[in-house]
Design a protein around this ligand. Structure first.
Ligand code: GLN
Length: 447
C-alpha cells in the first residue's frame, strides 16, 4: 500500500490509504479488485472526515450499506478519497486537505466534489471508486478526468451511511474506466434497503445484460436549451460527434425542449443549501470530531462551528438558513420546490417522445486550480447541465467522448427515465465499442 501512497503524491487524490486494506469475503466478477471510497461514506472503524476540520478524528461506527455490499461481493477497499468539504463544490479545492490535481494536467482541478475518486480512477491508481452526486459531483469530475461516472436513479442505491448533504438529491454511484465495470458495480451496490426509507422496492436488473446490445431505434433527444450560451465550442463539437457516432448505430436523434432547466442552478442552490443547513446542524462539538474549548454550551456550538467549517460550508449554511427562515420560506424555499416540479415535468414530457437525453456534462473542460475559488457563481455554473437530473431524481451518466486541442478530456451526459439505467448502459457501451477515448491513460504533466 506504500506504493499507492507514493503513486498518488502528484495528485493527492487519497485522504487515506489503509495500511491494511479491507478485504471482502464473497464472490462476484469483481471479487479481489481494489476500490476507493469517497470520504463521506462510512466505513466502520475508519476515520471519516468529509474533508472538514469539524469531523477531525471521528471514526465511523457502522458501515454504509454500499460498503457491506462491496464486502459481500469480495472487493478490496484500499482507502478513502478527497472531496470538497461535505461535497460542497465542483473542484475539490474546498477540502481541508488541500486540492486534488487533475491527472491530465496537474495545474488544473479534477472537478468535484468527487474529484479524488475521479482522479484516482483516471490515473489507474485503482480500477474503480465510489462517489456521491447531489448536483453533479460524480459526473462533472468524471468528465474532467476522462472516466465514466454514473448517478443512479434517486432510490436505486441506499444512502444509509452516506453523510447527508441534500437528502432529496444525494445518490451514491460508481466511477470506472468503462461501462462494463460500471454495470458490474451497479449490480453490486443497487437494491432496496430497509435502513433507507427513500430506497425503492424494486428488483435490481442484471445491468451487464445491457452491455453490447443493439441500440437501433433508441430515441435520443438533444435539448436545444443546453447548446446555447456559455458552452465551449470544442465541447459542443465533441457532443455533436458523439451523436454522429450513435447515429451510425441507428440511434434516432431529435431536438427537444427543456425550457425550465434554465432555472435549475438557482433552484438547486436554494433546495440543496436548505437541506444542507438542516443536515449540518448535528455537527456542534457535542457528538462528533472537533470540540472548541469554551466556558458555556452556546459558546461551544458557536466556536466549534466557527472553527470547524470552511468558507463554502458556512456560505451554504447561511444561504439555507435564510431560505428556510419564516419571513423568506415562501419566497425562496417553497418557490424553489415549485420550480423543481416544473423542471421534472419538462423531462416527463420529453420522455413521451424520447428514451434518453444527450447533453454536455459540463460547459467547459477542467479549469485551472484557483481560477474559480473566489467567484462562487462561476463555480456553481459548472453544474448547469448535471443539476436537472438530481432535481428530477433521474439516472444520468457522464462518459469520455473526446479531447480538446490541449488534450483535456471532454464528457458527454446521457439522462433517462427513472429506473431506466439500462438505456444509459446500452447507449454508453455502444458508443464505447466504436471509440477509444476511454482507453487513453493520462501522463502526469503540467500544461
Ligand atoms: N457542485 C455542486 C455543489 O456544489 C454539486 C455538488 C455535489 O453533487 N455534491 O453543490
Amino acid at each position: 500500500m506504500q506504493d499507492l501512497k507514493k503513486l498518488d503524491q502528484p495528485l493527492s487524490s487519497f485522504v487515506q490509504v489503509f495500511d491494511q486494506p479491507i478485504k471482502g469475503e464473497g464472490k462476484s466478477p469483481l471479487a479481489g479488485s481494489a476500490i476507493a471510497i469517497k470520504d463521506n461514506i462510512c466505513i466502520k472503524g475508519k476515520t471519516i472526515t468529509c474533508a472538514s476540520k469539524i469531523l477531525a478524528g471521528h471514526k465511523a461506527v457502522y458501515n454504509a450499506t454500499v460498503i457491506d455490499k462491496l464486502k459481500a461481493a469480495g472487493l478490496v477497499i484500499v482507502g478513502t478519497t478527497n472531496l470538497d468539504e461535505f461535497a460542497f463544490g465542483s473542484s475539490t479545492e474546498n477540502s481541508c486537505y488541500g486540492p486534488t490535481k487533475n491527472p491530465w494536467d496537474l495545474t488544473r482541478v479534477p472537478g468535484g466534489s468527487s474529484g479524488g475518486s475521479a482522479a484516482a480512477v483516471a490515473a489507474r491508481l485503482v480500477p474503480f471508486a465510489l462517489g456521491s452526486d447531489t448536483g453533479g459531483s460524480i459526473r462533472q469530475p468524471a468528465a474532467f478526468c476522462g472516466v465514466v461516472g454514473f448517478k443512479p436513479t434517486y432510490g436505486r442505491v441506499s444512502r444509509y451511511g452516506l453523510i447527508a448533504f441534500g437528502s432529496s438529491l444525494d445518490q451514491i454511484g460508481p466511477l470506472t474506466t468503462n461501462f462494463s465495470d460500471c454495470a458490474e458495480l451497479l449490480n453490486i451496490i443497487s437494491g432496496h434497503d430497509p435502513k433507507d426509507s427513500t430506497s425503492a422496492f424494486l428488483e435490481t436488473p442484471d445491468f451487464t445484460k445491457s452491455l453490447k446490445v443493439p441500440v437501433k431505434e433508441i430515441k435520443v433527444g438533444l435539448p436545444k436549451e443546453y447548446f446555447s450560451q456559455g458552452l465551449d465550442a470544442q465541447v459542443k463539437e465533441a457532443i455533436s460527434s458523439t451523436a454522429d457516432i450513435l447515429k451510425k448505430k441507428k440511434v434516432i436523434f431529435k431536438e427537444i425542449s427543456l425550457p425550465h432547466s434554465r432555472y435549475a442552478v438557482a433552484t438547486y442552490y436554494i433546495i440543496a443549501s436548505s437541506e444542507a443547513s438542516s443536515n449540518l446542524q448535528r455537527f456542534d462539538g457535542v457528538r462528533y470530531g472537533l470540540r472548541a474549548v469554551t466556558k458555556s454550551l452556546a459558546d461551544l456550538y458557536a466556536r466549534t462551528r466557527q472553527q470547524g467549517f470552511g468558507l463554502e460550508a458556512k456560505r451554504r449554511i447561511f444561504l439555507g438558513t435564510y431560505s428556510l427562515s419564516s419571513g423568506y420560506y415562501d419566497a425562496y424555499y417553497l418557490k424553489a420546490l415549485k420550480v423543481r416540479r416544473l423542471i421534472k415535468s419538462d423531462f416527463d414530457k420529453a420522455f413521451e417522445e424520447v428514451d434518453a437525453v444527450l447533453t454536455p456534462t459540463s460547459p467547459t473542460v477542467a479549469f485551472k486550480l484557483g481560477e474559480r475559488v473566489k467567484d462562487p457563481l462561476s463555480m456553481y455554473l459548472s453544474d448547469v447541465y448535471t443539476i436537472p437530473a438530481n432535481l428530477s431524481g433521474l439516472p444520468a451518466v457522464s462518459f469520455p467522448c473526446g479531447f480538446d486541442k490541449q488534450g483535456l478530456p471532454i464528457g458527454a451526459q446521457l439522462i433517462s427515465r427513472a429506473f431506466d439505467e439500462e438505456t444509459l448502459i446500452k447507449l454508453g457501451s455502444a458508443f464505447e465499442e466504436s471509440t477509444d477515448f476511454h482507453k487513453q491513460i493520462p501522463v502526469f504533466k503540467e500544461k
